[in-house]
Design a protein around this ligand. Structure first.
Ligand SMILES: Cc1ncc(COP(=O)(O)O)c(C=O)c1O
Length: 427
């Protein structure tokens, strides 16, 4: 496991000065927290006043090897000395090797590389349109409470009104049905439907895993109706659940589960561990649908990005981080469930798999009543004060999406900090 070298502490209390730079020069489309970070090491972050935080958010499920991982640095330095970028007009070895590694992990098919999760989903939308085109089918059914990115098609695909508001009219061809409801999905299919897109575990929607019956039922439905089954694995993928893909974890003990395979998968976030890279994988019979000239991006799959992604796969395997996500995740979830029992007036439920855990607050906590901000944000702010980073989700949930190499001792430390914050909320 990683070695953490404590960095020298930096004490320069100029948070307000950094905030002023943003207020004057950065488009204000984010409601940022009052924190300005300067550096990190492993599972810890330091703000510019020198305060240390245990980072259980990992940049929203991105920094899968923690911060300032020396092997990522080395891969970046080594590859950047050789070749950073050539464009997709040419061949280069790292992209070919990364595609091969992902195909080996997922199944026979091919990969396309891009730069973000939204762009990976855009690729899947185009794949579905191309697939249905000659029969006039173009519609993609997604689920309520889903999140699929902030591009125009991404917000049309997302099953949450708040991301669409002010950007109407929506890109046509997306409809939403309740998650984990197979009959609702069946009823929504029309002669124009080409594909179904779901998250294996809904992330932004508050950490809700798909049920095994839902996944297996969707596969049967797609086969029966000749639809593509697409999985958005941007947040729940890349070993976070304890397996490479969340559907593998959800179905591992289920008869027939090992045979389950979707037709397309989008990836980003932990794929590059902080270096921006996204990808989609498409299953063999559909792998050549996007033929030459139909889809492209300048930066997709640069030698630099692919070298980092390959290094991450190597470290995850060598350090058995899928297993770590499973064991440390189980430990965290079990202890959080115990906490929920001890503080029934504060924690309503604890959900998730591996190192993707949601803590749902009770709706009527007095400390958060009549506050401008949501209870989720109020709780996250309280956790910041205690020295731990988590990610809010919806009105009442906060998410733990820590590095996959989180140590048991770090998990213990996080639990103590969370418990102290929860205790303060008891009326
Ligand atoms: C499930 C899911 N899909 C897509 C996206 C969009 O990814 P990106 O922000 O890299 O565009 C996200 C981002 O949080 C996500 O959680």
């Amino acid at each position: 496991m990683k070695e953490i070298i404590p960095p020298p502490s930096i004490v320069r209390n100029d948070v307000a000065a950094v905030q002023a730079l943003f207020q004057k020069n950065v488009v204000p489309c984010y409601a940022r927290f009052d924190l300005a970070f300067s550096h990190g090491a492993g599972s810890y972050l330091w703000d510019i006043t020198g305060k240390r935080y245990l980072d259980l958010g990992a940049g929203i499920a991105v920094c899968c090897l923690g911060h300032a991982n020396p092997e990522i640095t080395e891969a970046l330095v080594e590859q950047s000395r050789r070749l950073v970028h050539v464009s997709n007009l040419y061949y280069q070895e790292p992209q070919g090797r990364l595609a091969q590694a992902l195909v080996n992990l997922l199944g026979p098919g091919k990969c396309f590389f891009c730069n973000s999760g939204a762009e990976a989903n855009e690729g899947l939308f185009k794949l579905a349109r191309k697939f249905g085109h000659d029969e006039g089918r173009f519609e993609i059914i997604t689920t309520l409470n889903s999140f699929h990115g902030r591009t125009l098609a991404g917000i049309a695909a997302t099953g949450q009104e708040k991301v669409k508001k002010g950007f109407e009219p929506m890109v046509p061809g997306f409809r939403h049905v309740p998650y984990n409801d197979l009959e609702a999905m069946r009823a929504a299919i029309s002669p124009a439907t080409a594909a179904i897109l779901i998250e294996g575990i809904q992330g932004e929607g508050g950490i809700t895993p798909a049920t095994p019956e839902y996944l297996l039922g969707l596969r049967r439905l797609c086969d029966e109706k000749k639809l593509l089954l697409l999985i958005d694995s941007v947040q729940c993928g890349h070993f976070r659940s304890g397996r490479f893909q969340s559907y593998q974890r959800i179905l591992e003990a289920v008869p027939g589960g090992e045979q389950f395979i979707p037709d397309g998968i989008s990836m980003a976030k932990s794929l590059g561990g902080g270096f921006p890279i996204g990808a989609f994988w498409v299953r063999e019979p559909f792998a050549d649908l996007l033929s030459a000239g139909t889809h492209a991006t300048t930066f997709g799959g640069t030698p630099l990005g692919c070298a980092v992604a390959l290094k991450i796969l190597e470290v995850v395997e060598r350090e058995q981080l899928a297993q770590n996500a499973r064991t440390v995740g189980n430990y965290l979830k079990t202890e959080l469930l115990n906490l929920a029992q001890r503080y029934p007036g504060v924690i309503k439920s604890v959900r998730g798999l591996g190192l993707m855990i949601g803590i749902e607050l009770e709706p009527n906590i007095r400390a958060f009543a009549n506050q401008e901000k949501t209870p989720a944000i109020g709780f996250v702010n309280q956790l910041h004060a205690a020295g731990v980073i988590t990610i809010p989700s919806g009105q009442h949930v906060t998410r733990l999406l820590p590095p996959l190499n989180l140590r048991r001792t770090e998990a213990e430390e996080g639990l103590k900090l969370i418990e102290a914050a929860v205790a303060q909320l008891v009326p």
